[in-house]
Structure formats: structure tokens, C-alpha cells
Ligand binder design. Structure first.
Ligand code: FMN
Length: 170
């Protein structure tokens, strides 16, 4: 394993989780780290990377299929890289105050991996992209943006700190 870059990859339906991924990536870049972003379903190789941050939107208490598939597809490569996870979902401010567990199916995949930590961030239903069920949720008042970008930046800063402490030496 000789990669030096960091990959931030996300599984999203309506785009809000990808935006969280971009915010995390931007923060890491600000700390001087070389970062790429990509949708989880489009990553072809982990060779350039020493660490991966994988985020997924939560629907019906599950992660998006591409996120689970990513963990499965790259299980061997991920065993040699540091891994952080995040999930977005709660349509209230609860994720700012309490921690949420990962879905069991995701937790079950972490045994062999260098899993370093996870975070849960509030979600957002994009009214423009909402289907039938999501639109009814918007009508019930769940259409706000519950993502807290200060919380997201603070989590990214912790990761940046750890990665910089462990920067590969040449
Ligand atoms: C039909 C539906 C089901 C959802 N189920 C959950 C859930 O089980 N748990 C949760 O925390 N959030 C749930 N959410 C909220 C989404 O995870 C949240 O809107 C998220 O930000 C969407 O991310 P995306 O824009 O990346 O797709 C649900 C949203 C919709 C529309």
C-alpha cells in the first residue's frame, strides 16, 4: 500500500450527502491534505489512497446500496487503509446532541477493517428532487436543511489532525 491521497466517497440519493462529503474534503484540503471525492459507485481503485472516508444517506434505517457494495468490493484494500464513516439522515437537530449507531449490516463489515470512527449528521430533503414519500415529508415540515456544517467541519478537523500526525514519511 503506497498511496498518499485521501478519498472522500459518498452514496447519495438526493445530493445532500455528497455535499457533506464535499465539505469534509474541502476542510481536509484546507489542512494541506491531498483529497479526491467520488460517488461510491464510481470508485475503481483505492491504490492512490492511504485513507478513505465513506458517507451514506440513510433511508428506512439502511445505508444506500452503493455504500455497502463499496465496503464489500474493496474489503481487501480497505484492510490496509484507515477508514472513517459518516451517515446523514435525522431530519431534526438530534444528531448535534446524540450519537447514532451505524446500521448493523454496515457494522458487521467492519471487523477486519482499520475503522477509525464514525459520525452522524442531520439530513436534508431537497424539495426539488423529492419523490412522492419525500414530498409528503416536506409537507409535514421536514423540508429544512438539518445539516450542521460547523459540526461537519469539526469532525473533518479531527480527522485532518490525525492524518497529519500520521503523514507518510519519505
Ligand atoms: C423516504 C425517506 C426515508 C428516510 N429514512 C430515514 C431513516 O430511516 N433514518 C434517517 O436518519 N433519515 C432518514 N431519511 C432522511 C434522509 O436520510 C435525509 O433526507 C438525507 O439527508 C438524504 O440524503 P441524500 O440527499 O444524500 O439522499 C429518510 C428520508 C426519506 C425521504
Amino acid at each position: 500500500m503506497d498511496g498518499e491521497r485521501i478519498l472522500v466517497t459518498t452514496a447519495t440519493k438526493m445530493g445532500s450527502t455528497a455535499e457533506i462529503g464535499e465539505a469534509v474534503a474541502e476542510r481536509l484540503r484546507g489542512a494541506g491534505l491531498p483529497v479526491d471525492t467520488a460517488p461510491a459507485g464510481e470508485v475503481r481503485s483505492l491504490t492512490p489512497y492511504r485513507a478513505v472516508i465513506l458517507g451514506s444517506a440513510t433511508y428506512m434505517m439502511r445505508w444506500r446500496r452503493e455504500a455497502g457494495a463499496f465496503l464489500r468490493r474493496f474489503r481487501l484494500e480497505l484492510a490496509e487503509r484507515d477508514l472513517w464513516l459518516f451517515q446523514s439522515g435525522p431530519l431534526d437537530h438530534s444528531a448535534e446532541e446524540q450519537s447514532y449507531p451505524l446500521p448493523q449490516r454496515i457494522e458487521a463489515r467492519l471487523g477486519e477493517l482499520r475503522f477509525r470512527g464514525h459520525a452522524t449528521f442531520g439530513g436534508r430533503i431537497d424539495p426539488e428532487r423529492a419523490g412522492f414519500i419525500a414530498s409528503s415529508m416536506v409537507k409535514k415540515g421536514l423540508g429544512q436543511d438539518f445539516r450542521n456544517f460547523d459540526q461537519i467541519d469539526a469532525w473533518a478537523d479531527e480527522i485532518a489532525h490525525e492524518l497529519r500526525m500520521e503523514a507518510p514519511t519519505r
